[in-house]
Write a protein that binds this ligand. Sequence first.
Ligand code: FES
Ligand code: FES
Length: 178
Amino acid sequence: MDEGKNDLINGARMRMQKIKLTINGKLYELILGYEVQPWHTLAFTLREKLGLTGTKIGCDRGECGACTVLMDGRPILSCLTLTVECDGKNIETIEGLLNSKTGKLHPIQEAFIESGAFQCGFCTPGMIMSAKALLQRNPNPTLEEIREAMSGNLCRCTGYIPIFNAIMKAAEKMRGMT
Ligand code: FES
Ligand code: FES
């Protein structure tokens, strides 16, 4: 077979290859070369291809944490993660925190509201996802542990204290639920 035909066949295979992502419990199959390009970031795919605009893009270069989502339970920067790297992974975004059966917000979301832990709100989805990852692995963190876990998430508005208070409060709420 000549090289040109090989290229066509390989190109066709490439076009049919699917990237499978489970996002907030729902399976998405995206065709590589069509719905996902090899250079697309997860943040781009979530927002521009899947309409999940709760994840924010602040700096788009790994500095602010606004784009934080969870991949297999661990916080990642979706602006620095290629969608093709997420094939077969479980992704959790801020949209997944609402209890779809009861319509209730997640205790971390409630605690942020009760503590006045946001102003413009742009950093908040990323903050909440980082906090969720922390409280999953450490249900009773100290203030120092919270500061450390949240050190990759920047906020220009709040001065951070209400955010740390909210995470303390969320931890109490979540311990009360178990
Ligand atoms: S948008 Fe990803 S770290 Fe700022
Ligand atoms: S609430 Fe505005 S950046 Fe954090």
